[in-house]
Design a protein around this ligand. Structure first.
Ligand code: FES
Length: 116
């Protein structure tokens, strides 16, 4: 994962479709892991924290999707989450959701934060 201190995470055009990528954001508590998901022309971001146990979701660095690339999948017990809203549709935390992180596209960059 990349260690980032700024609000720009990466360039949009370097992301495949679909693509996921993890980041560690600097924080007063030492680091805050998030990941982004490109799906078509949309971008989503979530905290890398499974609602089941709090474990990170990725099974390899930057790998957050299931084999069919239709859902976000937790590496620990296989929970499946919708890409568009992080809602768990199958697994031990069904009905719970990933914690979303505001993210947007700006001048070809994926940027943290709400639209300005
Ligand atoms: S830790 Fe994610 S499904 Fe159990």
């Amino acid at each position: 994962m990349d260690e980032l201190g700024s609000r720009a995470l990466c360039r949009w055009d370097e992301l495949a479709d679909p693509a996921t990528r993890g980041f560690i954001l600097a924080s007063e508590l030492g680091g805050y892991e998030i990941f982004i998901v490109r799906s078509g022309e949309q971008i989503f971001a979530y905290r890398n924290h499974c609602p089941h146990t709090g474990a990170p979701l990725d099974w390899q660095p930057d790998q957050f999707l299931d084999v069919d690339k239709m859902f976000i999948q937790c590496a620990f017990h296989g929970a499946l989450f919708r890409i568009e809203d992080g809602y768990c549709v199958r697994g031990p935390c069904t009905g719970q959701s990933l914690e979303s992180v505001p993210v947007r596209l700006e001048n070809g960059l994926v940027v943290l934060g709400d639209p300005v």
